[in-house]
Design a protein around this ligand. Structure first.
Ligand code: FES
Length: 119
């Protein structure tokens, strides 16, 4: 277990998300009413940066591009490229990559910093 400082706690406003490079990995750091969370920064579907337009709701993060959704606590896939505006398109582009869970990282606060455990 290796904890890395990701950012100052004061730099992350409630409900906001930031993308950072921590231990050579791009990560997304956010805050919900349950505390901080950290996931890999890019959507598992077509690598969209989730910090740009990703919506956090009901314990999940949803990509703005084709609405792929993962749970925040364990990264488990909830919905893969449904693209509700035109589901046949979502189904088509959904086949362009293999369905995967989102990597999630443990977080903690120490000395005013948000730290992420990356192995
Ligand atoms: S890139 Fe995120 S759902 Fe397609």
């Amino acid at each position: 277990m290796t904890w890395h400082i990701a950012m100052k706690e004061s730099k992350l406003k409630p409900g906001k998300k930031k993308m950072r490079t921590v231990a050579k990995k791009m990560v997304l750091i956010g805050q919900t009413e349950d505390g901080y969370f950290a996931t890999e920064a890019l959507c598992r579907h077509m690598r969209w940066p989730l910090a740009y337009g990703g919506k956090v709701k009901d314990g999940c993060i949803r990509c703005p591009l084709h609405q792929t959704t993962h749970q925040i606590d364990d990264g488990e896939l909830v919905e893969w490229s449904p693209f509700p505006l035109f589901p046949p398109y979502g189904k088509l582009v959904g086949k362009m990559s293999k369905q995967k869970n989102l990597k999630v990282y443990p977080t903690r606060v120490k000395d005013g910093n948000i730290e992420i455990n990356i192995q």
